[in-house]
Write a protein that binds this ligand. Structure first.
Ligand code: SF4
Length: 357
């Protein structure tokens, strides 16, 4: 099986915004905001669900208040298990939408509804649906980083932590796959599983910037460092990795491996959790640009950066003002099926592992 080439399509051009520059907060101001947010969370019977890529202050607050800090699979699971009336999702829009799809009876709020994702933007529902119609013989597997409408058109939703076992399972059943939207992750999954995969040509603007030549140089400077790479990164970067995996897998590697130094190719927001679990280890960001090159995100997602203590407080104070996620119920009813299929698969896999252990 040869490496699949992404299909040729004129995708919408993404205008990557600059990350917002939040005013620096003094200790007293920060504490005031944290106290206000804690009070509002209680008053609104709300819980915080934060992604590893958002600001460390938000991750700390989520943990302190009984919320969670996790990858998108765990965020979806955690939200569905909560008794709270309101889920406040600190991350990007598809994460809030997934929470709403799984919890239609709950109110789902986000600090900034314009926090999108290049993968989601590069997979418009009408273009994607027409493409699926042209390939009715293929099982449609979409990454979680997609809109509710795209999920509703799919057979399976996957996150990076569960993509390999699900595609392996489909391949073993003899199914051919249509994969969207991340071409790098899809290519990695194809190589690992040998599945017949047709690739949508989307990419993450953050991971696509990691540069293989500069990484080689950095590895020579730190020969004892382990290289950790998220599979949304380009193939030439993935090839240099000691560990390729989801955010959760990379965090686990830092905590469990004997190396003292790690070169990390994923969003720098993840360093907060890595430092928390392994404070004595050295973390070096993988290079995003060679000499003279430009980088749009510089290893930090400009949309994840739209989450801050300031707009989180405002969200809880004034939820009706442009912070609430709404999903068309008909779309939600269709989209929940492939998401639930993924969650059921993950649960069965964990049960099987527990029995084997
Ligand atoms: S880091 Fe990449 S994949 Fe994640 S939200 Fe940002 S643009 Fe999307």
């Amino acid at each position: 099986m040869t490496t699949p080439t992404p299909i040729k399509l004129d995708l919408p051009r993404i205008a990557v915004p600059k990350a917002p520059q939040w005013p620096e907060l003094g200790d007293a101001e920060k504490e005031q905001l944290r106290t206000r947010i804690k009070r509002l969370l209680k008053e609104r019977n709300a819980v915080l669900v934060a992604h590893y890529y958002v600001d460390g202050d938000l991750q700390a607050l989520a943990e302190e208040t009984g919320g969670c800090v996790a990858d998108s699979l765990e965020m979806a699971r955690f939200g569905a298990e909560q008794d709270a009336d309101t889920l406040v999702v600190c991350g990007v829009r598809f994460m809030g939408e997934t929470s709403k799809i799984l919890n239609p009876e709950k109110r789902v709020l986000m600090p900034d509804l314009n926090a999108t994702c290049s993968l989601d933007e590069e997979c418009p529902a009408d273009l994607f649906s027409a493409f699926c119609d042209q390939h009715p013989d293929r099982t449609v597997v979409v990454y979680a980083n997609t809109s509710a409408t795209v999920k509703a058109r799919s057979d399976w939703v996957v996150t990076s932590s569960i993509a390999l076992p699900i595609v392996r399972h489909l391949h073993e059943k003899g199914e051919k796959i249509l994969w969207a939207p991340d071409k790098h992750l899809g290519s990695y999954v194809q190589k690992q599983t040998g599945a017949d995969i047709l690739l949508w040509p989307g990419a993450c603007v953050v991971h696509e910037e990691f540069k293989s030549f500069a990484l080689e140089r950095l590895r020579r400077l730190h020969p004892d460092a382990a290289v950790l790479v998220h599979p949304e990164s380009p193939d030439e970067v993935v090839k240099q990795a000691d560990v390729v995996g989801s955010t959760t897998a990379l965090i686990k590697a830092v905590a469990e491996m004997d190396n003292r130094t790690f070169i990390v190719a994923t969003d720098e927001g993840i360093f907060w959790k890595m430092h928390q679990l392994a404070p004595d280890k050295q973390l070096i960001p993988a290079p995003t640009a060679g000499a003279g090159a430009t980088c749009e995100s510089c290893a930090h997602c400009p949309w994840m950066a739209r989450n801050a203590l300031q707009n989180l407080a405002e969200t809880l104070e004034n939820p009706a003002a442009h912070h609430e996620i709404h999903i068309d119920p008909a779309i939600g009813r269709r989209a929940v099926k492939p998401i639930q299929r993924m969650l059921d698969f993950a649960r069965k896999q964990e049960t099987a592992k527990a029995i084997d252990a």
